[in-house]
Write a protein that binds this ligand. Structure first.
Ligand SMILES: Cc1cc2nc3c(=O)[nH]c(=O)nc-3n(C[C@H](O)[C@H](O)[C@H](O)COP(=O)(O)OP(=O)(O)OC[C@H]3O[C@@H](n4cnc5c(N)ncnc54)[C@H](O)[C@@H]3O)c2cc1C
Length: 511
């Protein structure tokens, strides 16, 4: 039996499994966990949200000073909006770009306070482990009939257990950043230097200004978080003379074009703009870029922190900012039977769609319960955590995931299997509509169409890397697109929504 059939069977057999003593438990009251709650409300299924922080949107608050690169219209879940609108909630300007703080204040906080959600939100409680009642990972007998049991540790240290009919893990990856060490483990001396190392994007122009003003700062990493940190530091350097910025990346100089992204071609212009501005700062020497650098040791000296890569070392710095990505915390799931890709740490059916080794840009076709199922029925990892170590997750993708997963939990398999194509074209190397109506969407295996490009007839969806010019921008120079396999995709059109029946699309990528 496939994982999906397994799930369908278990969910059908167990719809009665959800009740006050065995609700659907959502882990994490971030944007995706709260969206899951909104969808479960519409299905009238009982749920509890367990949140480690003191307030909803705990992780987003941590990077609240950062402006999203997605405008509001790509940042709201539809079921959540349907819940909020009758309360007199004012929708933000769809074209404006929120900061993390605005996302919390104008959207997540009102959603968490909604009478349909607030009574079911348990704050200051961290899920530490999940298993099945009376069964460990090895036990087969009666496994699927046995409810889940979650072991929870509260902020005051007290413990409790909670039973669940299904588990939606929307706990994100924000709490588990990758280390400075380029081998995936901490560099020698990294832990000892913790007081001078920040993981993430510090508020260098606000609350943490004093920490960085006039200092020698080293930034590690080549994603959008690094870009944000570097741009803030460059703005600080204009105001605070003596601020010196060194940027280390593993990429070679030749690989930088890809790191900077699609610039003006990025369909999320705010994201493309980040790379363009940073490139200019490197060109003018405001940011000193060191390529092909693999940090493996940090030494605390009288002159400052000295970072090594083998025998090579850099000039001493006062502070290090690590923006080398995030990874999922899988420890709490270790008693469950998960199907995760060994490299990406995303569900096996999702991983090939988002593996950064294959895909250079952030577009992924929408996906739902099919791709998110595990050998263990009724457990789903959604949101940022569903992408494992891949860095390209977008909120709209998470909202589509929980729409599909909650429909499956409610037994609404028609809605669960339908994948609604309502994502923007988010790749950094978008292609045009190809001749014949095929949707040449974002590069590297993406198959979604922006609403504006919806064809009225069933279309063959081709991967965009087929165009030589597009291929050049979306694959590494030495890699070529491994695609052009065209697969007929069953489509249904309704108004401005195009529906792709999941599982029938082709995928391709760079090699
Ligand atoms: C700086 C930054 C900028 C971003 N900008 C954009 C953007 O512009 N557009 C976009 O689409 N996406 C963006 N993203 C990516 C992504 O959409 C966000 O990270 C988003 O917050 C992910 O939502 P989530 O609900 O999956 O996880 P999170 O927002 O991380 O929420 C997870 C929640 O789970 C809680 N939690 C964690 N562990 C436990 C546990 N064991 N028990 C209980 N609770 C737990 C946390 O406290 C947290 O509240 C950005 C990400 C970052 C870091």
């Amino acid at each position: 039996m496939s994982q999906l059939q397994n799930n369908a069977h278990a969910i059908k057999a167990g719809n009665s499994r959800y009740g006050p003593s065995t609700p659907v438990v959502i882990i994490g009251a971030g944007p995706v966990g709260l969206a899951a709650a909104a969808h479960l409300t519409e299905y009238n299924l009982p749920f509890v949200i367990v949140e480690a922080g003191a307030q909803a949107g705990h992780s987003v608050r941590d990077w609240g000073h950062v402006q999203l690169f997605s405008p509001w219209r790509y940042s709201l879940d539809k079921a959540a909006v349907r819940l909020l609108e009758p309360t007199g909630w004012q929708a933000p300007d769809p074209e404006a770009y929120p900061t993390g703080h605005a996302l919390v204040e104008r959207y997540l906080a009102p959603l968490a306070a909604h009478p349909a959600i607030a009574p079911h939100l348990r704050l200051n409680r961290r899920v530490a482990a999940i298993t099945r009642v009376g069964r460990d990972k090895l036990s087969n007998a009666g496994r699927e009939q046995s409810p889940f049991v979650l072991y929870i540790v509260a902020a005051d240290g007290s413990e409790e257990v909670l039973h669940a009919g299904a588990v939606i893990d929307a706990s994100g990856t924000y709490g588990t950043p990758n280390p400075l060490g380029a081998h995936g483990i901490p560099a020698l001396g990294e832990r000892a230097a913790a007081a001078q190392i920040f993981y993430g994007i510090p508020d260098a122009l606000g609350t943490q200004r004093e920490r960085y003003a006039g200092k020698r700062v080293l930034v590690a990493g080549s994603g959008h978080s690094a870009f944000n940190a570097l741009l803030d530091l460059a703005a600080l350097a204009e105001q605070a003379p003596g601020t010196r910025i060194t940027w280390v990346v593993r990429r070679t100089a030749e690989g930088m074009a890809q790191a900077y992204g699609g610039g003006a071609n990025d369909a999320l212009p705010a994201r493309g703009e980040l790379g363009r501005r940073l490139q200019a700062l490197v060109a003018t020497g405001v940011v000193q870029l060191i390529n092909a650098w693999r940090s493996d040791r940090v030494e605390q000296t009288a002159a400052g922190l000295v970072v090594y890569a083998g025998e090579r070392s850099l000039a001493p710095v006062d502070e290090i900012i690590v923006t080398t990505g995030l990874r999922p915390n899988l420890a709490m799931l270790s008693e469950l039977r998960l199907g995760l890709d060994p490299a990406v740490e995303a569900p096996v059916a999702l991983a090939p769609l988002i593996d950064p080794n294959l895909h250079s840009c952030g577009t992924v076709r929408p996906h739902g319960v099919n791709e998110l199922s595990h050998p263990e029925p009724n457990v789903f990892i959604v949101g940022m955590k569903s992408y494992g170590r891949a860095p390209t997750f977008l909120l709209l993708t998470g909202y589509e995931q929980v729409r599909s997963v909650t429909a499956a939990l409610a037994g609404d398999w028609e809605a669960a299997r339908r994948v609604e194509l309502e994502l923007p074209e988010t790749g950094v190397c978008s292609g045009p509509v190809a001749a014949g109506g095929a949707v040449a969407s974002g590069c590297c295996g993406a198959e979604e169409a922006p609403a504006a490009l919806i064809a009225l007839e069933p279309v063959a969806v081709t991967a965009s890397c087929c165009e030589p010019t597009v291929q050049a921008t979306c694959c590494e120079p030495e890699a070529k697109a491994d695609c052009c396999g065209t697969t007929a995709v069953e489509t249904i059109t309704a108004g401005s929504t195009l529906t792709l029946v999941a599982g029938t699309g082709s995928s391709c990528g760079c090699r």
